[in-house]
Ligand binder design. Structure first.
Ligand code: SF4
Length: 263
């Protein structure tokens, strides 16, 4: 009897937690009971998602920089060294329209690193990634689902200068800037990476898979587990997909909790 009471108490706690997170992210109310249903019987993967071959056991995706490359030498340089090396960069044409280089922000020893696509209007003005409406959404994701403050993670983008009219960065621009992101990753040595949106996913992991197909399934970059999910700006335009992102973040939280000796 007391066992049953404990289980019920756990379920109530789950519902409360889901309610709080769903409200915070603006997820539709009818989905709020899903965590309880999942707790009893895990749901089948969505029809459009890869089968179990794309789960945690899948082969790592192709990577942008081969292991052993001098571009990824863990511990070879600090984050400050990377920033100094980037300097007042003019390596690609994106330097022409920028106000600020948006290098990155957060804990240089973070266990969780978040990688987005490129600075937008607000980021360019402030010089910090994910400010404005998308930044607020990311902060909600961090606080209410991952249980982390912005200061506890490290956030950076694939390119560090704003593309005009918020277009996707061109391949040549990514090729110029991506090595600095890889050096940031090597300096920070995060133990998990959350990648936001299709552009970041395709360039960081050198895959042609889109975000809709890839999200929710662990990948790997130089041995670091990588979870792709939707970009917060996309979620603002497509709120129905917040629920899927909520599930992806729960998977990240579970893996984060299982890390030994968090820094
Ligand atoms: S986007 Fe990157 S490579 Fe291009 S100018 Fe800015 S910092 Fe340099």
């Amino acid at each position: 009897m007391s066992e049953m009471r404990d289980e019920l108490a756990d379920l109530v706690a789950d519902v409360r937690a889901a309610l709080e997170a769903n409200r915070a992210l603006g997820v539709v109310d009818e989905s709020v009971l899903d965590p309880v249903v999942e707790a009893v019987a895990p749901a089948d993967p969505p029809a459009s998602a890869p089968t179990s071959s794309a789960s945690t056991k899948e082969q790592p995706a192709l990577i942008a920089v081969p292991p052993g490359s001098t571009l990824f030498a863990p511990g070879a340089e600090s984050l400050a060294d990377v920033r100094q090396a980037l300097g007042d960069c003019t390596r690609c044409g994106l330097c022409e329209g920028r106000r600020n280089i948006v290098f990155g922000v957060g804990d240089p020893e973070a266990d969780l690193m978040i990688v987005g696509e490129a600075p937008g209007f607000n980021e360019d003005r402030v010089g910090e990634p994910f400010v404005g409406a998308a930044g607020e959404m990311l902060d909600k994701m961090l606080v209410h689902v991952l249980g982390l403050q912005r200061e506890q993670v490290y956030i950076a983008n694939v390119v560090k200068c704003r593309p005009p009219d918020n277009r996707n960065p061109a391949p040549a621009e990514v090729a110029s800037c991506l090595p600095f992101l890889m050096r940031q990753i090597a300096a920070i040595q995060p133990r998990l990476i959350l990648v936001l949106g299709s552009v970041a996913l395709k360039n960081l992991l050198d895959t042609t898979d889109g975000i809709t197909r890839s999200r929710g399934h662990w990948r790997e970059l130089h041995g670091i587990p990588v979870m792709p999910t939707f970009h917060p700006a996309y979620l603002l335009r497509n709120p129905a997909h917040k629920r899927l992102t909520f599930n992806d973040l729960k998977a990240v939280r579970a893996r984060y909790d299982s890390l030994d000796g968090k820094r």
